[in-house]
Design a protein around this ligand. Sequence first.
Ligand code: SF4
Ligand code: SF4
Length: 88
Amino acid sequence: MGGVVPGGAKPELNKTGSWRSLRPMWDEEKCIQCLQCWMHCPDGSIEIKEEKVTGVDYDHCKGCGVCAGICPVDAIDMVPEGGAECAR
Ligand code: SF4
Ligand code: SF4
């Protein structure tokens, strides 16, 4: 068994998205852009552009659910991987 490599070290070699059993689905309509999810994601997998959330980096998101738990307006739902329509 290999050790855990920090997600930011070599992103291209360390796509950890396959570990995930739950996928965060971000709802742009509900999002109030407070950036709490971005600040608390342990894997830096919340994508932002010009200080606004634009989506989730599914190549590296491990599906921990921290973002969904911290979102004040329930704009992120955790859904079973493979059992829901994927945003991309
Ligand atoms: S589920 Fe976890 S790893 Fe994925 S975006 Fe949310 S906080 Fe980050
Ligand atoms: S925590 Fe929720 S409301 Fe705040 S930026 Fe993230 S998705 Fe949007």
